[in-house]
Design a protein around this ligand. Sequence first.
Ligand code: CAA
Ligand code: NAI
Length: 708
Amino acid sequence: MANGERLEVRPDGLEQLNQVTAYACRDEVALILIDSPPVNALGGDVRRGLLEGFTRAANDPAARAVVLACAGRTFIAGADIREFDHPDLDAPGLHAVLDVIEACPKPTVAAIHGTALGGGLETALCCHYRVASPSAQVGLPEVALGLLPGAGGTQRVPRIVEAEAALAMMAFGKPVPAARAEAMGLLDALIEENLLDGAIRFARGKAHEGSAPVRVRDRTEGLALPHDAQLFARFRRDNARAFKGYTAPEAIVRAVEAAVTLPFEQGMQREAQLYGELIAGRQSAAMRYLFFAERQCTRIPDLPRDTPPRPIAHVGVVGAGTMGSGIAMTFLDAGLPVVLVEREEEALARGLAAIRSNYEASRDKGRIDQATLEQRMDRLTTSLDMADLAEVDLVIEAVFENMALKQEVFAKIDAIARPGAILASNTSFLDLDAIAAVTARAPDVIGLHFFSPANVMRLLEVVRGAKTGPDVVASAMALARRIRKVAVLARVCDGFIANRMMTPRMDAARALILEGPMPWEVDAAMRDYGFAMGPFAMLDLVGLDVIGWDAATSSSSTITEVLCERGRWGQKRRAGFYDYDDKRRATPSPQVETLVREFQQTSGIAMQPFSHEEIVERLLLPVVNEGARLLEEGIALRASDIDVALVTGYGWPAYTGGPMFWADDHGLPRIVAALEAMGETPCALLSRLASEGSALHEFAPGKIPSNA
Ligand code: CAA
Ligand code: NAI
């Protein structure tokens, strides 16, 4: 929870309406209280209680005003997402409940703490007033679930908030802090003191004012504000890249357009129609799946949830290169002090400068202020002496990807670090167990595999070695949450989950260009699918020389090798698979086209045209096959963990749900047949699940990996 504030409510005379809702009326104000952990979502019982509570308050002669509040960590955090696929049809629908709330003839006040999200905020918008703790946040995050706010949010918000701000709030789904929400007109007051007392006083005040309360649907402040006629066209154009492929943002734009042009009831019909289309679609199914998949990742079958993590208050990072400096920033951002250790003074200075300039860029973009920048830099110390790691609770090694070097560094850390410290490696491919073996404390050694740029990418692969202690795994999972990463547990193998999954895509891409398509056609098909970048553009970005070309030994038998030989190393040379101009804009290279044609002619493979769909299958089905192997080998705990890793670590389009969801959606028999048709052998698990009519997600969910 953003603020950790809890609302403890025990007013006298509180009467349970059902298990999760209660009612009280004191000093002219009726209180309807929801207490449905963990987040007071609008499940069937909450809806029943709301209906009964508001009906009772409306008819209660002792009540002149009504307050709606929630106990525990937050106000209503939205619809109960679990119910989307298993609706409680016996309970009243949300719209029916909101109609009753909105029709209450007495002033109604929502008292908001924590996060009022989605249907939670929409419920609050059916009250006449909204008051909140200063630490509260309000938002309409449905877009992240492939949906739009379907309980009147798209119509009510623009009535009280300026259209563009309303649009941005819904299309990006980012929660708005209370102070800003008040300035926008979403909140009527911030309550510094006890929220419930303040809300009750506010409600009583409104009752005493005596004037009839106005429903949000009847208000026009937002609509009255001028907005430029081109707003919607401009909003679409400006955000075309961010929204590409996603259906929900466009539906939101249309719904808000309806709000500012149509009468309320017609706007509501439009919202309902658009919502209906989204909820029935595969994108929303995929994104709802990912919501729970992300939370599922933290469940480790052989690790009790209450395994106490080791305290981590001070972190050491070894190596101030690309990854080391990004990793250091991740911890500084989360408020943890870091000591960054290098062996070369120059590299240390470079790393330090990179960190500072990164923070300065954030400041210049208005993301952080100068004081925050200085605080973060103050938490950082640098050193050329490993002895300075003696006091830290966690050391993360990020030196070159070289086993001998990593072993040397770990032996040194082992000699220096305090007993109980966690020793982590950021290795991408190397055998963690061989690294752990040089220390006298293998149970304390773990892999913490960050993705570049480490301070931005959300994925953290937690690599569990053969001897890693359970409490060290628990500590890493808890730490990930503190540094706002999504932790996915992997066992030791070459490439762990995400890198190993993406290798077959690259191999397939390189093989495919021998059969007809040009690199840019392959990239275009991948962009169509939803990736920001295709594999060849990615190679150019990383550097063709970096991916294993050695001038002395290379045979020039592949297209990549020939390109390296010709100095076409990628973007840094302004030439790779593409030609680049001074602004690094790519155009297909005629020279590469000739080269690819030469290779095609000597390959002996019959050339054929490929549609984008065929290209996608050729590149992505081998990835699915690799995912099934990861499950088979026990490297990944579950199919959904693999999807989370690729969506958060490799920009796999969230609206497809990731490769495993995509494969299940297509049906495994089809996947197996297509793999066979392209000459790939489906792994045994994939074939078995297909023949059993099962799915990757049904495979031993939560099974303990076999190399435990
Ligand atoms: N429905 C059902 N369960 C939910 C839920 C929801 N809306 N929101 C959270 N939960 C569950 C989580 O699955 C998790 O359960 P487990 O502990 O069993 O894993 C638990 O609540 C706590 O969630 P987090 O771990 O995410 O806790 P947090 O403190 O980090 O974050 C939160 C809390 C900010 C509320 C975050 O959970 C969140 O963003 N939830 C989703 C909010 C949302 O999308 N609301 C809109 C729903 S759609 C809607 O409302 C449609 C409509 O128009 C009616
Ligand atoms: P880099 O080359 O940018 O940085 C490595 C740094 O380690 C250099 O500054 C070097 O001076 C320093 N170093 C070398 N030996 C040292 C020692 N004995 N003591 C202290 N510092 C020492 O490398 P990069 O890209 O940051 O990679 C580091 C590790 O992270 C590698 O294991 C790599 O596989 C992994 N990784 C890299 C990713 C990437 O995208 N670059 C992504 C994820 C992991």
